[in-house]
Design a protein around this ligand. Structure first.
Ligand SMILES: Cc1cc2nc3c(=O)[nH]c(=O)nc-3n(C[C@H](O)[C@H](O)[C@H](O)COP(=O)(O)OP(=O)(O)OC[C@H]3O[C@@H](n4cnc5c(N)ncnc54)[C@H](O)[C@@H]3O)c2cc1C
Length: 472
């Protein structure tokens, strides 16, 4: 039997470990902090459920649903309410429903007549075929115009990446959008003609995918996976160095202030890019990883507030509301958490989850908690008609939240592939490489487990059933 060392107990590392363990491959998961889940963090208190990081997983493929089934979580899975189909964008200070049909689009007050007519000519705008890497803003300005960028895409980019459309790269951050233009010459034509191909690939587009959580939030998933892995998960174990000698990988990590060493047949790095930059790697020569520190992870603050239902004017009949930069508000957007899933607020109360900071205003996310709450209350009063004091409040700051797939990000991805080639048995997985959503991270974990298994069987190496751990 062969043992695999997995660095990081976020959703990527746990999925990789769970898939490998299911196939009979022993694993050890090293987690630097004292808890599993990474960015996923749910807290249940006083009848309110706060999901500070992600709140929802998009079930875009059967593999994602399969993981929940294999983990025995079908009975605890929740699909979002019908209302979650409605989304709002702030327009002139008030939430306006995002149109979901062509007729509603032409009637919507979100866009001027000029922008609506501009959409009709999108199929006739020639695709860009040169080597120039476009930012999201450049791409949208070229195909759909400024108002569409400012009113629709800027808030969308904030909602997904907490990012800046002028910095994010279309091929890196939105590869499907880029592919639609390259393949069909137009986004609208691609949406229509690409539907058949997506069906053949057994994939659901993200906009239409079922939204999933669990009875006590997304931590149910990571905690269940960790429980199934049992002693294989080692908390308070920050990996500092990895080295390849022959067919064996040596890992050095710090536990209780002591440097400890272990041996594995393969290593999966499922941590963060900034932690990767600090890792010492020898395979067997030293490979410099410091360039990964250049990946931008702006801070994001999550402010979860509870209110009496009668203290919120808006019907909260939707997923949430996003705020375009041109509106001049401080918040990036707010999820109507208790409208999405049951068990998020006590009877007669609601829970709202608001995000601040990101690439738009990184310094804002680092303000003290009481200021974050007051800023949020001020903006929510304007946007949703919130009055009175919150009945519940909890904040969480992610000092390095989501990696920005900015212009030039392809260099980092190419480097990861190059290192994997020159250091057989080392695998990179997770949000800094394979897409930033939880669904992407799950898929990354599943695929990485398959790659590791292939590597192990190609190498035919017989290793001890347990990785040997000895003081360094
Ligand atoms: C505020 C916020 C909101 C979000 N909202 C959504 C959403 O609604 N939907 C969605 O799909 N996605 C969302 N995301 C993105 C999603 O949560 C993450 O991309 C995903 O959870 C990443 O998982 P991961 O396992 O790859 O990384 P992480 O969750 O970052 O886990 C990495 C783990 O590795 C550990 N680690 C790092 N280095 C070492 C080391 N040297 N030794 C040992 N351990 C190490 C870390 O401590 C950490 O626990 C959100 C993210 C944030 C921050």
């Amino acid at each position: 039997m062969k043992s695999v060392g997995i660095i990081g107990a976020g959703i990527t590392g746990l999925t990789t470990a769970f898939c490998l363990q299911k196939r009979g491959v022993p694993v050890t998961v090293y987690e630097a902090s004292g808890r599993v889940g990474g960015a996923i963090r749910s807290v249940y208190q006083d009848g309110y459920l706060a999901d500070f990081g992600p709140t929802t997983i998009l079930e875009t493929t059967r593999k994602i649903a399969g993981l929940f089934t294999d983990a025995g979580l079908d009975g605890r899975k929740l699909y979002s309410s019908e209302a979650a189909k409605n989304r709002y964008i702030v327009c002139n200070g008030r939430p306006v429903a995002v149109p979901d049909t062509p007729v509603k689009f032409f009637l919507s007050p979100l866009f001027s007549l000029k922008t609506k007519l501009r959409l009709l000519i999108e199929p006739f705008i020639p695709p860009r075929r040169d080597e120039h890497e476009e930012s999201v803003a450049e791409f949208v300005l070229r195909r759909l115009g400024r108002e569409f960028l400012e009113r629709a895409i800027d808030p969308l980019v904030s909602g997904i990446y907490a990012g800046d459309p002028y910095k994010l790269s279309v091929p890196q951050a939105f590869p499907r959008l880029h592919a639609l233009e390259q393949r069909y010459g137009s986004l609208i034509k691609g949406q229509i003609l690409g539907a058949k191909e997506r069906k053949q690939r057994d994939e659901i587009p993200k906009m239409l995918a079922p939204k999933v959580s669990f009875d006590f939030g997304l931590s149910v998933l990571t905690e269940t996976l960790a429980a199934k892995l049992g002693d294989a998960v080692q908390l308070h174990s920050a990996v500092k160095a990895i080295a390849r000698q022959g067919d064996t990988w040596h890992v050095e990590f710090i536990r209780n202030g002591t440097r400890v060493r272990a041996e594995h047949s393969a290593i999966v790095f499922a941590g963060t890019a900034y932690a990767l930059a600090e890792l010492e790697l020898r395979a067997p020569e030293r490979i410099d990883l410091s360039q990964f520190a250049k990946i931008n992870y702006p801070p994001v603050a999550s402010v979860v507030l509870g209110f009496r239902r009668e203290d919120v004017e808006h019907p909260l009949d939707g997923y949430g509301v996003l705020v375009p930069r041109i509106e001049g508000l401080k918040i990036l957007g707010t999820l109507f958490s208790s409208s999405l899933y049951p068990n998020r607020a006590p009877a007669g109360h609601v829970t709202l989850t608001t995000y601040l900071g990101g690439a738009r205003a990184p310094e804002l996310a680092l303000r003290p908690e009481h200021e974050l709450v007051e800023i949020t209350l001020h903006d929510l009063a304007r946007v949703l008609g919130v009055k009175g004091r919150p009945t519940f409040q909890q904040c969480m700051v992610y000092p390095k939240a989501i990696p920005q797939y900015e212009l030039g990000y392809g260099v980092f991805r190419a480097k990861l592939t190059e290192i994997e080639t020159s250091a057989p048995g080392l695998f990179f997985a997770g949000h800094y490489r394979d897409g930033i959503s939880v669904g992407d991270s799950i898929m990354s974990g599943c695929r990485t487990a398959e790659r590791v298994e292939k590597y192990l069987s190609a190498n035919q190496q017989e290793l001890p059933a347990q990785s040997r751990i000895v003081p360094a």
